[in-house]
Design a protein around this ligand. Structure first.
Ligand code: AMP
Ligand code: MG
Length: 335
């Protein structure tokens, strides 16, 4: 566990207390402004407890998570699920339908076939890919909302909430902080953000969007408020290369293959869960269909970076008008 304390003992300087921990395979940090170190600690504990609870329920790396147990058993008989599982399933299906199937939390078999689940990327043989595709799609999942049960129609069907659970963890952490009366906070789970109030020293939060082709550089910074979530999906997060071609961890369910042509997608939505789902959906949908989808959603904006990772000159940034109005691009700044 890493603990950073900023601004303590700086007289009239506003204070920030930041705690960073590893969860869901990534760094998660919670920042509280306006409280001193000791006062912030129980709030940070509560925020991380909320994050841990999401991970323990929705991880498909932890064999005893509710999701892993569901994946292991739902082909045999309908399995009762928690209200939290039912709610996330509904949200995931909603975005699946809205995105025309681009967002698809049944991609588990494809993630395995491409080796991402095992963290050893590989190109599957054509039969293996065909088998994984045959096990993908919501048609294999029966969700009985009344009885709150889930059943799969074949062994090997696998739900994967990797594209939405980090956003949920951020929303739950914010809810925990709000319930405790915290007024100024920012939660960041690997590029999935939500906030409470404002920073102690400024009227608005500013979030940096990572440059998809330059490590440690940002491509944009933008204004961000409480009551919103923002998420970025990036090809750089998890990928492998074979013969100069990059294979990224976001799969186009229509082809069963890693998405090509998108470098990163950032979406602002009314909460971090929806932002997370939509960042992944837009990554799959490409520029034109993403702009159309996002323009049709209330209080939702996007910044899309398309191009090839092998050709920096191919990089293009596309934004909705509302995003442009609050974003400062850093395109011409050196490497
Ligand atoms: P994110 O970083 O939020 O874009 O999520 C990426 C993760 O979502 C991947 O590591 C997979 O676990 C999962 N995933 C990959 N492709 C899709 C897809 N088309 N729809 C939903 N989830 C996906
Ligand atoms: Mg996502």
């Amino acid at each position: 566990m890493l603990v950073a304390v900023l601004g303590v003992g700086c007289g009239r300087q506003p204070r920030s207390v930041v705690r960073t921990e590893m969860h869901m395979g990534t760094l998660v940090s919670v920042r509280i402004d306006g409280l001193d170190y000791a006062a912030a600690q129980p709030h940070l504990d509560a925020a991380f407890a909320a994050i841990r609870a999401v991970d323990e329920r929705f991880s498909n790396y932890k064999p005893d998570s509710e999701l892993s147990r569901l994946n292991a058993a739902a082909a045999e008989a309908p399995q009762p699920v928690s209200p939290e599982m039912a709610a996330l399933l509904q949200r995931a299906r909603h975005w699946g339908a809205r995105s025309g199937g681009a967002f698809d939390c049944t991609v588990g078999p494809l993630m395995r076939a491409w080796g991402f689940f095992q963290r050893e990327g590989r190109i599957p043989a054509p039969e293996e890919l065909a088998d994984a595709r045959a096990l993908t799609g919501w048609a294999h999942v029966t969700f009985d909302a009344e009885a709150r049960t889930v059943a799969f129609d074949a062994a090997g069907v696998e739900l994967d909430f990797g594209a939405i659970a980090k956003g949920l963890a951020v929303d739950d952490a914010i809810a925990a902080l709000r319930a405790r009366g915290v007024e100024h906070a920012l939660v960041d789970a690997s590029g999935n953000f939500a906030a409470l109030g404002t920073p102690a020293d400024r009227p608005v939060w500013r979030i940096g969007i990572r440059h998809p082709l330059r490590k440690d550089a940002i491509i944009a910074d933008l204004e961000f408020q409480a009551g919103e979530g923002i998420a970025t999906s990036g090809g750089y997060e998890n990928y492998f290369e074979v013969d100069g071609t990059r294979y990224v961890h976001i799969i186009d369910p229509r082809t069963g293959r890693p998405v090509e042509g998108m470098l990163s997608t950032s979406v602002i939505a009314p909460n971090a869960t929806d932002a997370d789902a939509l960042s992944t959906a837009t990554f799959v949908l490409g520029v034109d269909r993403s702009l159309e989808l996002i323009r049709g959603e209330p209080h939702t904006e996007c910044l899309l970076v398309s191009g090839s990772p092998n050709d920096p000159a191919s990089l293009e940034v596309h934004m909705t008008d509302g995003m442009r109005a609050r974003t400062h691009l850093h395109l011409d700044e050196g490497p």
